[in-house]
Design a protein around this ligand. Sequence first.
Ligand SMILES: *Cc1c(COP(=O)(O)O)cnc(C)c1O
Length: 398
Amino acid sequence: MSNPRPQGKQRSLEMRSLQDFAAGKLGELDRASLHRVLAETERHDGVWVSRNGRRLLSFCCNDYLALSQHPAVKAAAIAATQRYGVGSGASRLVTGNHPLFGELERRLARLKGTEAACVFGSGYLANSGIIPALIGRDDLVLIDELAHACLWAGARLSRATVLAFRHSDVAQVETLLAAHRGAHPRVLIATDGVFSMDGDLAPLPELAALARNHDAWLMTDDAHGIGVVGGGRGSSFAHGVDVDVPLQMGTLSKAIGGYGGYLCASAPVIDLIHNRARSFVYSTGLPPATVAAAIAALDLIEQEPAYAALPLAKARAFTRALGLPDATSPIVPLLLGEADAALRASQRLEAEGFLVIAIRPPTVPVGTARLRFTFSAGHSDADIARLAATVHQHVMER
Ligand SMILES: *Cc1c(COP(=O)(O)O)cnc(C)c1O
């Protein structure tokens, strides 16, 4: 027998406890300057946005190459919609596997130097599906403490033992492998290739050597690498030596300008992913327009490596102007400590016409709230100089 639905007074009591719960949680967030709200934002080109009726120059989009606005990319999306419609209709294993997927996956594999690739609905879905498909209860995941939330989500979903290592601490990874490798059939080492909130590169040559010596599998999340470091090929190609990373995951929603996630790996691994990754099997394929847009974006990146190098060059101009450590990616953090300090700095920059978001816990560790600047090929040199002068006057001298 099914339970009767609660009626009248009992129902409103339930509603009340739910509302009280939400209000109580929000009160805690408010008091800690951690309450986040959505701000409606219109983007018209790669770098200018309108918000609350004001035009602001954005330094917080991940659209590093402004490809979300590129005429050739938009035209490809429109043409694919005309030809195939707006949705893919089902999971790719049913009828959702329109012909554009194969083309995009061949292109991604070529760019990353792997046998095969698999496109997912998003980067978050990719990480949630990949790790549990390869790693199980008896296994071990070693993960950088600053790895992206969805790499953590995938690790936890796998039900494996998950051990964090200090940020980019290769010596600690070696110690953990020496202590624990023998107790687990399989071990995955998971790290961002370019760290999303710090902009630094993971020590991939060293991690790859450790993985090789201890029969562990190295997985990189290259969301902020593809298109902008390593000649556009990503973090595995940004170290001046060939680094063997058998699992290269990333997103199509940052430098590629659209939406979706991917894994580049060997053919058997990709075949297994098609069969075992639940976020692939049980989720609808991306719309044709989105896949066509990604193909067009990859065309542009492959044809114009000098353009792909611009965001990093702009970030370097900014760090040099302010005497900060040289940028190693288009992401530059300015650590301010407490959440309210980061918020106030963001508000002062907004008053000067710049949109730079304050990044607060839990996105970053407590006490490391910051401004996070991201640089785009669409920023002019004069924009960078103006930003640097404003940050110097309104953030660093306060
Ligand atoms: C943005 C991001 C993701 C998530 O990708 P989506 O396609 O936006 O879901 C994953 N990993 C890192 C490091 C990211 O910065």
